[in-house]
Design a protein around this ligand. Structure first.
Ligand code: GUN
Length: 295
């Protein structure tokens, strides 16, 4: 068997178009454009690429896009002061502080200084709490993107065995909450899991979010499983060529066993940005207490 490719790029392009339509509707009906502020501290090359794409797509969808680039030497106090001013700025509906932050800045303090109603990453404690209770808060973008792809491919997820590799606050833990809500039986595995291969082999849905290139092997995957690869890793350069981008899954071999799989690039990655834009529209409507257009 050769797995079907789950085309995250095509799905994300469609979602971004629908977000653009929602933005025009809001502008026509209520005379405002949702605004997203992106903050980048320092010069992490991967973060530079992510932030550039986020800003480009925000502008393309017709929203207001504000960019703040701060030097590596920025103090925590200065960053907290910027977040406070963005919290108080009525034109701004979403605030994203790109992670990781320089080591001298306490990430948790910064994340939790963002007003929960503008926390379009869904990383602040109130939004984490809402995700595990009512589900009414803002939902982290990468796991939300994974859920949308899974539901598009499989429909109802009720009763599926879902196994997540990785327990991060950004992907693993919120992914588990979303899949529990979707009636899956969920296992979170991580670096200390005994018999990782055996746990993975039980998965109808396998989500790999470890940050280790080509980590998940063909022998770990059940016949017909649906595999989502959240990893984006660059292999070492070959000769004078840049190393190629690969995921956390040994794609070329797992494709023989899985029934469907996301490629890297072009799978989960584009969904993160599309969901960020969707979250910004959601935040803009909640803050104004108006109905959200369909997206
Ligand atoms: N760094 C890697 N992924 C993310 C993300 O989804 N949001 C933010 N703010 N930083 C990140």
């Amino acid at each position: 068997m050769s797995a079907k490719l789950i085309d995250g790029k095509a799905f994300a392009d469609g979602l971004i178009k629908r977000v653009g339509v929602a933005v025009s509707k809001l502008n026509n009906r209520y005379n405002f454009k949702p605004g997203l502020a992106v903050v980048l501290v320092g010069e992490n090359p991967a973060s530079e690429v992510y932030v550039k794409n986020k800003i480009l797509q925000t502008e393309k969808s017709g929203m207001v896009s504000i960019e703040h680039r701060l030097p590596e030497t920025t103090s925590e106090k200065e960053l907290l002061a910027l977040v406070k001013s963005l919290n108080e700025d009525d034109k701004i509906d979403g605030i994203l502080v790109q992670l990781p932050l320089p080591k001298h800045i306490n990430e948790n303090a910064v994340i939790n200084s963002i007003s929960p109603s503008k926390d379009v990453d869904g990383f602040s404690i109130p939004n984490v709490g809402l995700l595990s209770t009512s589900g009414e808060g803002l939902i982290p973008c990468t796991p939300l993107g994974c859920l949308l792809l899974l539901q598009d491919h499989l429909g109802d997820l009720t009763g599926k065995n879902a196994v997540i590799i990785g327990r991060s606050n950004i992907v693993g833990k919120p992914m588990a909450q979303l899949l529990i809500k979707a009636n899956c039986t969920v296992t979170i595995t991580h670096s200390k899991t005994k018999n990782l291969e055996g746990e993975c082999k039980k998965a109808d849905i396998l989500v790999a979010a470890i940050g280790s290139p080509l980590f998940v092997k063909k022998e770990w995957v059940k016949n017909g499983a649906v595999v989502l690869d959240v990893g984006i890793n660059r292999l070492p350069p070959e000769g004078d060529k840049k190393g190629r981008l690969v995921g956390d899954v040994d794609f070329e071999n797992v494709i023989e066993i899985a029934s469907a799989i996301t490629p890297v690039p072009g799978g989960v990655g584009p969904m993160t940005i599309a969901c960020l834009l969707r979250n910004t529209v959601t935040a803009s409507c909640k803050r104004r207490n108006i109905n959200e257009p369909e997206m």
